[in-house]
Ligand binder design. Structure first.
Ligand code: ATP
Ligand code: MN
Length: 423
């Protein structure tokens, strides 16, 4: 095509320990990166020489080189520059320390390190987890990735927490593959919406993943990398302490915030290592609306895929074939509490939900539980569907689902999160 000639192409020669950063804000812009010579990696994933990698709107990327390289950038990103100050060498050293613990664990057939990454919003927590995981698999390890961030939800969907065995580096352009993750439904965008339930689910996820770790020798020696959300004050800090205990964390990496670092030094068990890590200067703070958009994209990706399009299924579900619940009811005043019931119990109460138009656009989790009661709350979920229509006359819901009909289970859990299917 003749207009191909008009595509701007720029060559960047990178020196040792530097990175090319770029950002794309324009919806119609695409940027292609090609490694012409040398070695380079994208958040720990090695680029293949001469292969083209395409990035679209929303991309905020850094391509790093330890020993120098030449990159070609085609297209017009909103920002593109080479940075020579990066914390990558510190991240690599931290990984080497984890790797030593893994080797030791392998020798003695013990459990490898459980590492957690914490810090305020927009400091690169998710990116550091990705780098750690990629480095680990490149060294032949099989770590478990745990994501406790219900706001962005890297595993499955926002509003959920989960774990995933990582067996290969993340593709440069997408995230880790989502084969059979272990997922628990929380149903809110922020832990503060139901802190009691959030802690219950953290404990349950911890128990299950620690058990699974024992079942697979390679995973056992490799350990875990745990991602968290950016709420680090007050209640958020308490959730971090709870997670450190529940997951029997050995090392906490604190990004950027000295205050949080010092608080953790003071409050965690002596056996837990607390390590301060600088954040990368390349990270741009996201606005509220950019966050909401990222969340929306994450849900769209769950149903439609990102690069390789998935075709979700749409089908009808009879009201009579499902039971919908939500977890938690508004707290009762003390005087109204039934005998023997604690105030907290309300937060983990299973409440039946009437089927009706109010369900429209809502995400529903499909629970593995077959009955109702206690076990539903602590059961993991098979996946998520989205209500795209409610027909009161015919008494059917139309749902969007990543799997074909029928629904594998009949117990559904209502989420606060909504998704407008606009395709
Ligand atoms: P949140 O609080 O939302 O969970 P976070 O602390 O997990 O944020 P990341 O999501 O890891 O932060 O990073 C924020 C953004 O910055 C991402 O879009 C990421 O791709 C980008 N980013 C990370 N490191 C760099 C870098 N070195 N150069 C440019 N962009 C970067
Ligand atoms: Mn994150």
């Amino acid at each position: 095509m003749s207009d191909d000639n008009s595509v701007t192409s720029t060559e960047y020669k990178l020196e040792t320990d530097s990175e090319l950063r770029f950002e794309i804000e324009n919806k119609n812009e695409k940027v292609t990166i090609t490694l012409l010579s040398g070695h380079a990696e994208l958040f720990g994933t090695e680029l293949v020489v001469k292969k083209s990698y395409e990035f679209g709107v929303g991309a905020k990327v850094a391509i790093f080189t330890y020993h120098g390289c030449t990159l070609e950038l085609r297209g017009k990103p909103d920002v593109a520059y080479v940075a020579r100050e990066t914390p990558m060498v510190q991240y690599l050293n931290a990984n080497s320390a984890l790797e030593q613990l893994r080797s030791k664990a392998e020798q003695d057939d013990l459990q490898g390190p459980v590492a957690m990454v914490v810090g305020p919003t927009d400091v690169g927590k998710t990116t550091l987890c990705r780098i750690f995981l990629n480095y680990a698999v490149r060294l032949g390890r099989r770590p478990i990735y745990v994501d406790l961030d219900v706001g962005q939800g890297g595993i499955a969907i926002p509003g959920a927490i989960g774990a995933l065995l990582v067996e290969r580096p993340a593709p440069a352009v997408e995230g880790f593959s989502q084969q059979a993750p272990l997922v628990y439904h929380f149903g809110h965008m922020t832990p503060s919406d139901n802190g009691v339930l959030y802690n219950v689910l953290i404990s349950k996820l911890a128990e299950t993943t620690l058990e699974r770790l024992q079942a697979n020798k390679r995973a056992k020696h490799s350990g875990m990398i745990i991602n968290t959300c950016g709420w680090v004050k007050g209640g958020g800090y308490k959730h971090i302490l709870h997670a450190v205990k529940a997951f029997e964390v050995n090392a906490v990496f604190v990004l950027d915030q000295e205050r949080l670092y010092n608080e953790l030094l003071r409050d965690v068990d002596r056996s837990v290592q607390v390590i301060f890590m600088p954040k990368s200067g390349g990270i741009v703070v996201r606005t509220r609306s950019q966050r909401a958009e990222a969340r929306d994209n994450r849900i769209r990706e769950y149903f439609y895929g990102s690069k390789m399009p998935l075709y979700p299924h749409s089908f009808d579900v009879k009201f009579s074939d499902v039971k919908i619940f939500k977890i938690g009811s508004p707290p009762l005043p003390d005087s109204c509490l039934p005998l023997g019931m604690k105030k907290e119990d309300n937060f983990t109460k299973l409440v039946a939900v009437q089927l009706g138009p109010h369900l429209l656009h809502h995400i529903l989790a499909v629970s593995f539980a077959d009955g109702s009661g206690e076990n539903v709350i602590q059961s993991n979920v098979t996946g998520f569907i989205c209500v795209t229509d409610v027909n009161m006359e015919k008494e059917v819901l139309t749902v969007l689902s990543p799997q074909p009909r029928p629904l594998p289970q009949s117990v559904l859990l209502l989420s606060d999160l909504q998704f407008m299917d606009s395709l």
